[in-house]
Design a binder for this molecule. Structure first.
Ligand SMILES: [Mn+2]
Length: 277
């Protein structure tokens, strides 16, 4: 049995299939974990969720910002934009099933004793244990009867600095932002939401979250994340694996074989011109 962790799929079902074939993924024997953003922008969101849902216990995921966006659209809090490409999914009789399934997915999960998976990353002031606890706080809300109420307060960039004393919607909003939207940190603890470039092109006052010293992260612990396509898979740090290599933007999709640390990827292929799909 092998565990594979796949980067942002974003509704690119054909690419996912090619990647899984490349590693000889067997739903019966292997386990597939996703870093979130299962759908959003890519043209096959329904096929993607049909497939991932069909894997049952062989599949698990954390939620990304696009997945939360889908929940917010379903809840009537956000409107679907043309570029979201979610129409087929939103019109599907399976939609309600998939929404309920996603509502029961966490923001972080451990894939083995020391590897944390999260969509955007680990806030530098948090331990792995703290991140899991914070993720649970959000899951409680997402799974509650009044889950739509939580989503109604989810959007916004403030507060941008964590404080233990944060409560209610502000506390939950920070947790969601840190785990699903974070890229750069300002002044060691402040989330920045403006810059999406590579670290090299960013203003000097901004530091990638994984380059901030995290005193609470143990040397043997690892963080696997997605979300930041312009990193192109590079953190240059062994403790942090960036798996979003921008397939939906015409680049590639990447999968990590956990046991060996090997990375496999497939280059983007325009479906209309693709012979093997
Ligand atoms: Mn994302």
């Amino acid at each position: 049995m092998s565990t594979y962790i796949v980067g942002d799929i974003q509704g690119c079902f054909a690419g996912l299939q090619r990647l899984l074939r490349k590693v000889d993924f067997s739903p019966k024997n292997d386990r597939l974990i996703a870093v979130g953003d299962l759908v959003g922008r890519g043209t096959q969101p329904l096929e993607t969720l049909d497939y991932l849902y069909s894997l049952k216990d062989s599949f698990d995921t954390v939620l990304g910002n696009h997945d939360l966006h889908l929940l917010a659209i379903y809840a009537g809090i956000r409107k679907a934009k043309l570029g979201d490409n979610l129409d087929t999914l939103l019109a599907s009789p399976q939609l309600k099933t998939y929404i309920n399934w996603l509502r029961h997915k966490p923001l972080t999960l451990m894939v083995n004793q020391d590897t944390l998976v999260t969509h955007a990353g680990l806030y530098p002031k948090w331990s792995v244990k703290k991140a899991l606890k914070a993720s649970n706080e959000v899951s409680e809300q997402l799974q509650a009867k009044d889950w739509k109420e939580f989503l109604a307060h989810m959007y916004g960039n403030q507060p941008s600095i964590w404080q233990k004393s944060l409560a209610g919607p502000q506390r939950l909003r920070f947790i969601v932002n840190a785990m699903t939207r974070m890229r750069f940190i300002k002044n060691h603890d402040e989330l920045d939401f403006n810059c999406k470039t590579t670290p090299e092109l960013a203003p000097t006052e901004l530091t990638p979250w994984f380059k901030e010293t995290n005193k609470k992260l143990k040397a043997n612990q690892k963080v696997v994340f997605g979300h930041w396509a312009s990193l192109n898979g590079h953190t240059h740090l062994k403790q942090f694996s960036a798996l979003d290599t921008g397939y939906v933007w015409g680049q590639s999709m990447t999968i990590l074989k956990l046991s060996s640390g090997e990375l496999f990827s497939v280059k983007y292929q325009d479906q209309a011109n693709s012979a093997d799909i």
